[in-house]
Design a protein around this ligand. Sequence first.
Ligand SMILES: Nc1nc2c(ncn2[C@@H]2O[C@H](COP(=O)(O)OP(=O)(O)OP(=O)(O)O)[C@@H](O)[C@H]2O)c(=O)[nH]1
Ligand SMILES: [Mg+2]
Length: 422
Amino acid sequence: MVIYNEKRKAIIISIIDDMLEIEQLTNTLGYEVYKTFIQNRKKPDVNSYIGQGKLEEIKNFINNSNEIIDLIVIDGKLKPSQWFNLEKKLNVNVYDRIRLILEIFKERADKKEAKLQVRLAELQYEKPFVKELIHRARSGEHPGFMAGGEYQVDDYFEMIKKQIKKIKKNLNKIEIKRKILRKNRHFSGYYLLSLAGYTNAGKSSILNLLSNEKIKVEEKLFSTLSTTIRKIENNNIPILITDTVGFIEKLPAWMINAFHSTLEEIEVSDIVLLVVDVSDDFEIFKKKLKTSYNELIEIGVKSSILIILNKIDLISSKNLKNKIDFLNNNELSKDRKIIPISVNKKINITKLLDGIYSSLPNIVKFNIKLANNKKTQTLINWIYDKANVFEISYGDDININIECNELIRDIIFSKLKKMDNI
Ligand SMILES: Nc1nc2c(ncn2[C@@H]2O[C@H](COP(=O)(O)OP(=O)(O)OP(=O)(O)O)[C@@H](O)[C@H]2O)c(=O)[nH]1
Ligand SMILES: [Mg+2]
């Protein structure tokens, strides 16, 4: 008897033991993981990713199951021929790891740019699969592509190529606009800070806390696909903080490229906060840190990277100490600021802000004297908006001690010149 249930069910097939992340990804897409199969082997089988025996076992399991299996997830990268053979044999939709991530992206893309980026990645993913289908169609096999429909695969391939071109053009236009905005932001004297790190590390939570914002924060992976830029709410030097798409292991270069413009914010930042979930098991913690760090290097970050260990509320102080010791002895992190925090429990947030402010590049401190009149009040208001005024005294003159970006100092001096103050 077949029992119908609301929640769609997936089976995961893997050739390695660690399945936590692929299970999380499957859940994120709204599937219940009904069963997992592991076939420990060094290399995937050329024809069907797993060996024939295992494949028979899975087929029997599906046929004899009381439940309908909606999806098979392969924790790895499938060649088109492997994908085709698996779907044909098991008669269930098969996603590999990249397709699964793509589907999550598709569901979560909200803004126009993110939608275009995901579509571009999807088309690029589909290209080799369509080629395989053309090949099979020509040799007489019946093509049932992606959703099982009958496509004119030749036409479809041409359509993919055209669409890729068109989307790239549109993305380029958005990118140009973004560049202009970025330039304006730079000339306004704001510092730029980016939140980077593995998906689910707590990046958006940090942005929300520092800017009193309420962007989506979830236990699921890839909650954020578009960048959000906000001002840090603090009576200090103004900083704009950017949230970015999370990193994940084993993403092909073309997929990362599709999100390049989102990640460009990281490239041009004055400071990057590399946010890490410190509550993960040691090996996973190391793996995610390494993946994220390599990604930052790949992007071409040249600014300071601060390592933010988030979620310390979930672990013991001994566990935290072990991880900090590891970081202090590790090439990639030993000379960097390491700041343990908990966003949820608001622990060490002042330390986080101090760490950020003390890492700002090109900070200058100086003193100015202004005539005490109405005209100068407008300038003082402007200075308060753009700089940290750490001392001000009113007498015959107004004496101000200021700390700010070099650029803002130059603007202040030029404004003073215009006012004939110096
Ligand atoms: N216990 C605990 N949970 C936290 C903390 N900070 C964030 N979280 C939780 O971690 C999950 C992920 O947080 P997000 O801020 O969405 O993470 P993100 O890095 O933006 O994730 P993506 O956008 O998916 O890449 C949410 O369920 C948060 O509530 C923390 O300090 N302690
Ligand atoms: Mg987020």
